[in-house]
Design a protein around this ligand. Structure first.
Ligand code: SF4
Length: 564
């Protein structure tokens, strides 16, 4: 195997035997083969688009297939086998339609004509043949940019999938994912072409995040400042992790009046700020910290656990029977609640015609039954609280106050300290950085990197909290809108604001966000804890020359460099 798509890759080079994330060689090969099958499907889909043949099912399937290969989403080989075969079946079904419309289906590329093997071992061999390092003669810088694009569209696919679930779609996002898949097969593009495609990925990702923001706020309202308990309430409990607000809503509806308290975990914390979610009194509090601590935290949780999206880790035997996956998440032998989990055909018919079950589509009964069978929390416990809900609507609602504080020099500087968390010791930088931020500065944060400091009481500046939680990594659009609105208010560019971005990355959604920031021309981003293994020195030079991106150093040195 050869996988270097995330920050924790072995020695900062690549996972070659087994993934640090727990991904085994077999799954890695099947993921590579799925991307190859999707490239073949995309070739036909792009040819179809040229003659007006656009297939909704193929658009969505391609997006979901790409998302399934994102770090910490799906570790189940059998599900990848199903996806690979489905990609080829869709490709073969599309070809005659494209041909009938006068399109070019005589595509010579092997990806367009490949047949998946029957046996798993043979499929794995097919995957090995198309691994990310399978062409030893490929120019290293071209390969670097090609893989930035591939990993970037994995992030785009994740955001677009979340948005679609909440009813927001844009065909240009699907088209870009398909075009990018076909472009990653091309040998005729030069470095400038690839840089252009990578920046275009940032532009399209901004659109995907905009769709997701519209989905989240359109369905659940604008997040409002909300206090979230970190302790426990006596009684049965279910823990919901991941990013999918719809899954949380479905579970809240299905557990109403059952005496079960729902707790958020990891990236689900910001859900407490949404009016249409916090109206449920049994959405009680937040349990645990970031994804990499789940092995210890899940083992101690006295209820069932639902993983809605990334990031799942190998479940310990102590809680393997208590954990459930849904959506694109998968782990072998872990019970999966699929999207058509209605209990009977009649329910499904009712769902279609709008009689009951209509807004649910999933049946979380196994998760609920497990919670009822478990002990739950024996007593109440008070472990403090945190505030969430400082997304764009809230922050810009006090824009006058913020502008006045900046003009009066009460508020010197904004720091956006956000991104993914991870297991490396170097990530203590972010805790220390926030602790050392001077008292006349405000910290905006988002994503799971905040668990390094989310429970710190930093006080306020004239009523403006010094620690503002904008939301999930999925809410990066909100943070960007805050920056753009402040730049407009001060009649300057975002780069001229007293704002510095201190970003931590881990997986491919962070890659897509970085590309969006580059697309917006944002400079001087400090990135850590280490730079991506898939960026060559020459490509890094392009990024440094154009965007002045820099690695983090020490909190003291970086603060001194920023504030003088
Ligand atoms: S996703 Fe990350 S940890 Fe997992 S195999 Fe790939 S590089 Fe390694």
């Amino acid at each position: 195997m050869f996988c270097y798509q995330c920050e924790q890759t072995v020695k900062g080079e690549a996972c070659k035997v087994v993934g640090v994330c727990g991904k085994i060689h077999e799954v890695s090969a099947l993921q590579d083969l799925l991307i190859y099958a999707l490239q073949g499907l995309a070739l036909v889909a792009v040819a179809g688009r040229e003659v007006g043949v656009v297939d909704d099912e193929i658009n969505v399937f391609t997006m979901e297939g790409v998302f399934a290969t994102l770090t910490n989403v799906d570790f189940d080989p059998q599900r990848f086998v199903t996806l690979i075969k489905r990609a080829v079946a869709l490709r073969n079904a599309l070809k005659p339609q494209v041909q009938a419309a006068g399109g070019n289906t005589g595509l010579a590329q092997e990806a367009c004509n490949f047949t998946p093997a029957v046996e798993l071992t043979e499929l794995v061999k097919q995957g090995e043949a198309v691994a990310l390092d399978s062409d030893p003669h490929e120019n290293a810088d071209i390969r670097s940019l090609k893989h930035i694009l591939l990993f970037g569209i994995k992030g785009v696919a994740a955001y677009a999938d979340h948005a679609k679930i909440l009813g927001q779609e844009d065909d240009q996002v699907y088209a870009f994912i398909q075009e990018s898949l076909t472009n990653t097969l091309r040998q005729d593009l030069d470095l400038n072409d690839w840089v252009g495609l990578v920046l275009k990925c940032g532009e399209i990702n901004l659109r995907a995040m905009e769709l997701l923001d519209a989905g989240n706020t359109g369905v659940y309202g604008h997040p409002a400042p909300t206090e979230v308990p970190l302790g426990a309430r006596q009684g049965k409990a279910i823990l919901v992790s991941g990013h999918d607000l719809k899954d949380l809503e479905i579970l809240l509806k299905q557990t109403e009046g059952q005496g079960i308290n729902i707790y958020t975990h990891g990236e689900m914390l910001p859900a407490h700020g949404y009016p249409e979610l916090k109206k449920y009194p049994h959405l009680y509090g937040h349990y645990g910290t970031a994804w990499q601590n789940q092995g210890k935290e899940f083992a101690e949780f006295p209820g069932s656990i639902l993983m809605t999206t990334n990031c799942i880790q190998k479940p310990a035997s102590s809680y393997q029977d208590n954990i459930f996956t849904t959506g694109l998440v998968g782990w072998p032998q872990v019970t999966h609640v699929d999207d058509k989990g209605c209990s009977s055909i009649l329910d499904r018919v009712k769902s279609v015609v709008g009689l009951g079950f209509a807004d649910q589509g999933k049946d979380f009964s196994p998760v609920i039954k497990k919670a009822q069978a478990m002990s739950g929390f024996a007593s109440d416990s008070d472990q403090g609280k945190v505030m969430v809900g400082f997304a764009r609507n809230t922050v810009l609602g006090v824009a006058d106050k913020i502008i006045e504080a900046v003009k009066n020099k009460d508020l010197r500087h904004f720091f956006l300290v956000g991104g993914c968390d991870g297991a490396k010791p170097g990530r203590n930088y972010y805790t220390e950085f926030v602790e050392k931020v001077p008292k006349d500065c405000v910290v905006l944060t988002m994503a799971c990197g905040k668990f390094r400091f989310f429970d710190k009481n930093l006080g306020d500046i004239g009523g403006i909290p010094r620690l503002l939680d904008v939301g999930q990594c999925n809410d990066a659009y909100s943070a960007i809108q805050i920056a753009v609105a402040l730049a407009n208010a001060f009649d300057c560019g975002v780069n001229d604001l007293p704002l510095s971005m201190i970003i931590s990355w881990y997986e491919q959604k962070a890659v897509a966000i970085l590309l969006s920031l580059f697309h917006l021309g944002i400079k001087n981003i400090r990135l850590g804890p280490t730079l991506p293994a898939f960026i060559t020195p020459n490509v890094l030079k392009v990024l440094v020359d154009n965007f002045a991106i820099k690695p983090i150093t020490t909190p003291d040195d970086d603060l001194r460099a920023i504030l003088g």
